[in-house]
Design a protein around this ligand. Structure first.
Ligand code: PMV
Length: 321
C-alpha cells in the first residue's frame, strides 16, 4: 500500500504570539521567533487503505472522534490533489501530547509534509507555510530548522530560518511538571485575551520591538541579551493571560519553583534562561557546557516529573515513502 511518513519537531517561541489577527484563517496578530528542537519528535504516516470509508486520524494509537485541528489543512490539500480517496493519518509523539509542548505544531508540520508527498501536490515553501497555518499558527515554524522567524505584516506572512542550529548550538532542558492535557486550548485562550485583557493592545503594539531586540541578540550570538528579552516577552504574555476575564493561568507550583531555580542559577552566573508556553512546563535554554549541571539541579526541584533534553534541530522532512 502506498504511504508517506514525515517527521517534524516542536518549536518553542522565544518571542511569542498570543492573539489572532482579524484577517481570520488562524493568522497570528503579530510576528514570532522560535527555536526548533531535535530530540522531541512527531511522526505522521498517511496512507489510503482500500476499505476506509472516511478520512481517519489515529493519534498515539487512539482513533480520534474527528479530524479536529488537522481538518483544514487536510481538506485544503485534498481539494487541490487529483487523489480523491479517504486517507488514514497515523500520528505519534515521543513526548506528552497537548500539554504545552507544541505537539500540535510538530504534528501539523509532519502531517502537511506527508500529505504533500503522498497527494503529489508539490507545494512551494510559501504554500507549505500557508497550509500549515490552517492547522495552527505556530505550525509553520516547525517546517524550518534552527532559529525561525515567522514574520507577520499587514500585507503578507513569511517564515524562514534566520540562523541554522549548528551556527549557535544551544541546549534546551524541558522540565515537565504535569502531563495532563491542558484544559484551555491556546486558540480559546488567545481569543479570550484579545477580547478582554486591558493590556492586550499594548502587548500587540510593543511586540515588534521585542522581535527586533531578539533578532539583534541572535545576530550577535549574545546569550545574555537573548535570554533577557525572551524572559520579558514570556512574562508579558503570561500577564496578558492573567489579566484576561476569566483569568488564564497555565502555571502550577512546580512551574513557579522552576522559575525560581533559573533565577538562582542566573545569580550564580550560569548561562540559562526560561520560557513557558500555554502549559505548565518550563523550557530552559542554556549553553551546552552547563547542560548537565542544569539537569542535575532541575531534577531536584519538587514537582518536576521528568526532564527532556534537546539540542536545536532540523525542519520537517520525509523519512519514508
Ligand atoms: O498556534 P498555537 O495554537 O500553537 O499557539 C501558540 C501559542 C504559544 O505557544 C503560547 C506561543 C507561540 O508563539 O508559540
Amino acid at each position: 500500500m502506498k504511504s508517506a511518513t514525515a517527521i517534524a519537531h516542536p518549536n518553542f517561541a522565544l518571542i511569542k504570539y498570543w492573539g489572532k489577527s482579524n484577517a481570520g484563517g488562524n493568522i497570528p496578530a503579530m510576528s514570532s521567533l522560535a527555536i526548533t528542537l531535535d530530540s522531541m519528535i512527531s511522526e505522521t504516516t498517511v496512507s489510503f487503505p482500500d476499505d476506509l470509508k472516511q478520512d481517519t486520524w489515529i493519534l498515539n494509537e487512539v482513533k480520534q472522534p474527528s479530524l479536529g485541528q488537522i481538518k483544514p489543512p487536510c481538506e485544503h490539500l485534498k481539494k487541490i490533489s487529483p487523489i480523491d480517496q479517504p486517507c488514514l493519518i497515523e500520528s505519534k509523539n515521543n513526548f506528552p501530547t497537548a500539554a504545552g509542548l507544541a505537539s500540535s505544531a510538530s504534528g501539523i508540520a509532519s502531517l502537511v509534509s506527508a500529505l504533500d508527498k503522498i497527494l503529489g501536490t508539490k507545494l512551494s515553501k510559501q504554500q507549505m507555510i500557508e497550509v500549515a497555518m490552517l492547522g495552527s499558527g505556530s505550525a509553520a515554524r516547525s517546517l524550518f530548522p534552527g532559529f525561525v522567524l515567522l514574520d507577520v505584516t499587514e500585507k503578507d506572512i513569511s517564515c524562514e530560518t534566520i540562523l541554522e542550529a549548528e551556527e549557535w548550538p544551544l541546549n534546551v532542558i524541558v522540565c515537565v511538571t504535569s502531563t495532563n492535557q491542558k484544559t484551555m486550548s491556546s486558540r480559546q485562550g488567545m481569543e479570550i485575551s484579545r477580547k478582554t485583557s486591558p493590556i492586550y493592545s499594548d502587548w500587540v503594539s510593543n511586540h515588534q520591538q521585542d522581535i527586533e531586540l531578539a533578532l539583534q541578540a541572535i545576530a550577535e550570538k549574545n546569550f545574555h541579551q537573548l535570554g533577557k528579552i525572551a524572559e520579558q516577552n514570556c512574562l508579558k504574555m503570561h500577564q496578558v493571560m492573567k489579566t484576561s476575564q476569566p483569568s488564564i493561568d497555565y502555571w502550577n507550583l512546580a512551574t513557579h519553583a522552576c522559575v525560581e531555580n533559573v533565577k538562582d542559577m542566573q545569580g550564580k552566573g550560569i548561562p540559562v534562561f526560561f520560557t513557558i508556553d500555554a502549559g505548565p512546563q518550563v523550557k530552559i535554554i542554556c549553553e551546552p557546557d552547563v547542560s548537565k549541571e542544569v539537569v542535575t539541579l532541575m531534577e531536584k526541584v519538587p514537582g518536576v516529573q521528568s526532564i527532556i533534553e534537546s539540542c536545536l534541530g532540523q525542519g520537517a522532512r520525509i523519512i519514508h515513502e
